[in-house]
Ligand binder design. Structure first.
Ligand SMILES: Nc1ncnc2c1ncn2[C@@H]1O[C@H](COP(=O)(O)OP(=O)(O)OP(=O)(O)O)[C@@H](O)[C@H]1O
Length: 307
């Protein structure tokens, strides 16, 4: 079921077309990564999705509710974790959550639950100003979860946070998606997008220039996963055996080795290794080459994500 649907979103600031005819959708339980270089239009897109900013054209619908700056019903369905921290440093973690719970009309019983979700129960009585940057960010995630949103929007939630908080936030995203929440995630860390996102959209100069899974995007560029094997034994026979595996698209013999083009290297590596070794061949080394989103991104935008 579709939770978020954006169609034809556009927004201009003076001479700058910040967002230009952007359409995409996110399903229940899906994590969608919005990637783009600085100034590409990610925050403007998110602001329209969360009802902070009115689009010049196009529409946002969240679980059947049209979004606008005055759409209370639609806003109740969205949890937003902004780039800028929004919390009160002189209140404790728990007091911050109680304050936001009353503001959002969320049940007070949610406070302890969301503290537990983000792993801050032990520090709930400490002032927010004493939290590390990562803990503040986790408190912000907790605030975004108070009113049980259907869609959670995270704008660079791991920028500048310590590795422990980063892992915690990523684990949270996985668990929330597994429970059926739709997640919109922006990040400057490509490996995070690869690990976390079911699909990504690449935005550049306000336009959505590509969209899909890592594999789909990589294939659009004509890139494929490859496995290189260095072997001792009957290579020709091993090559024939490997050619029979469905996901293996081609096998080439190079000296003592084989080079395979495959659909999904991680998925078919165990099959490849068992096919080769069942034949008495000894594997001396294995190398896996998975073209990544960084390659796709550079190709599409001509920029590195963290430029
Ligand atoms: N309130 C505003 N007034 C004028 N121009 C704006 C405003 N907000 C955004 N812009 C411009 O719109 C374009 C898109 O900005 P936006 O903040 O959406 O990009 P972004 O992809 O989120 O960038 P970053 O990764 O740096 O946060 C930029 O050229 C920016 O300067």
């Amino acid at each position: 079921m579709t939770v978020l649907s954006c169609s034809g979103l556009s927004r201009r600031f003076g001479d700058v077309q910040a967002v230009d005819d952007v359409s995409f959708a996110i399903a229940e339980g899906e994590t969608y990564g919005l990637l783009g270089p600085n100034g590409a239009g990610k925050t403007t897109t998110i602001s329209m999705i969360t009802g902070v900013l009115e689009p010049d054209a196009g529409e946002v619908v969240v679980a059947g509710q049209p979004m606008s700056t005055s759409a209370i019903a639609a806003k109740r369905l969205v949890g937003y974790v902004p780039q800028e921290l929004a919390l009160y440093p002189d209140l404790t973690g728990r007091e911050n959550l109680r304050f936001f719970a009353s503001l959002y009309g969320a049940a007070r019983s949610r406070v302890d639950h969301v503290l537990d979700v983000v792993g801050l129960t032990d520090r709930a009585g400490d002032l927010a100003r004493e939290y590390s940057g990562g803990m503040k960010r986790r408190l912000n995630v907790a605030i975004g979860l108070l009113h049980e949103p259907r869609l959670l929007v995270l704008d660079e939630p791991t920028a500048g946070v310590d590795p422990q908080s980063r892992n915690q936030i990523m684990d949270n995203v996985r668990a929330l998606a597994a429970e059926g929440m739709a997640i919109l995630y922006t990040t400057h860390y490509m490996e995070e997008a690869e690990r976390l996102c079911d699909r990504v959209g690449v935005i550049d100069s306000g336009r959505l220039v590509a969209e899909g899974t890592r594999r789909e995007l990589v294939e659009q560029l004509g890139e494929r996963d490859r496995i290189s094997l260095l072997l001792d034994g009957d290579l020709a026979h091993a090559a024939t055996m490997l050619g029979d595996i469905r996901d293996v698209k081609s096998v080439a013999v190079h000296g003592n080795g084989l080079e395979l083009v495959v659909d999904d290297a991680r998925e078919c590596l165990p099959l490849v290794l068992s096919a080769v070794t069942s034949n008495g061949v000894v594997v001396r080394s294995v190398e896996v080459d998975e073209p990544n989103l960084e390659t796709v991104f550079l190709h599409l935008t001509g920029k590195a994500l963290r430029e």
